[in-house]
Design a protein around this ligand. Structure first.
Ligand code: GRF
Length: 232
């Protein structure tokens, strides 16, 4: 891939920033092309901002409480994102619901990681909800963001077996390292192939996918599609 084709990434986060850390690590390891041009947070004290500063990445706070309403906040956020000159807008623990207007203005460029096998368990407390539902499988998903909360087309997933005796805490603990593989791998996939949202699902190189790509089965940590992961 030529340098000109590489699409830069801006990360939005509200908290501890471990997914940001994983994306950054993938770049320094050479698994993921492109730079993280900035990290933006709505929270002044987000640990993720500190991590970015340690990495010499521009760390910018757009504090939600400084704005009278969501429209004013989103306007400032959009300006900061535009100034970062990034193509991909990656939500890594960004705890704000974005308006339809904002999402539509950045359509096809915003990605989110969610700790469940979407479309199951949109919203919060996913680990406990998996246990309450008696499910045997849990996981995480990366999806295009649309106006519907955790509802956009799912690109990729990673799966995890629920073991007897699991609690919300043990599930969270086992899932997080898998999230740290899934997000960089998915961003690497997006750098390698044209992936687009179409209706409720995605296309790769223009070919519709019937199901989300599973990490390790359909695509690898460096984003490369594996044999049968290719659409046909
Ligand atoms: C992750 O569990 C992610 O799936 C969810 O928010 C959490 C962010 O964690 N959207 P971190 O800030 O990246 O450590």
């Amino acid at each position: 891939m030529s340098r000109a084709e590489i699409r830069q990434i801006v990360v939005l986060l509200s908290g501890r920033g471990s997914n940001y850390r994983a994306l950054r690590q993938a770049q320094t390891d050479g698994r993921l092309d492109g730079d993280i041009t900035a990290v933006i947070s709505d929270q002044t004290d987000a640990i993720g901002l500190k991590l970015a500063r340690q990495d010499d990445i521009e760390a910018i706070c757009v504090p939600r409480d400084r704005f009278n309403d969501r429209a004013a906040f989103e306007q400032a956020l959009a300006k900061t994102i535009a100034e970062s000159r990034a193509h991909w807008i990656v939500l890594a623990g960004f705890m704000r619901v974005l308006s339809a207007k904002f999402v539509e203005a950045h359509a096809g460029r915003i990605l989110n990681i969610h700790p469940s096998l979407l479309p199951r368990h949109r919203g919060l407390h996913t680990h406990q909800r998996v246990l309450d539902a008696g499910e045997t499988e849990h996981g995480a998903s990366v999806h295009f963001v649309t106006a519907k909360l955790d509802g956009g087309p799912v690109i990729s997933q990673v799966r995890l077996a629920v073991e007897p005796g699991d609690t919300a805490e043990t599930l969270a603990e086992r899932l997080l390292p898998l999230e740290h593989r899934l997000f960089p791998a998915t961003m690497a996939l997006l750098q390698r192939y044209p992936v687009e949202a179409r209706n409720e699902s995605i296309t790769i190189e223009g070919k519709p996918q019937v199901a989300p790509l599973v990490l390790g089965t359909d695509f690898a940590d460096d984003g490369r599609l594996l044999g049968h992961g290719r659409a046909n």
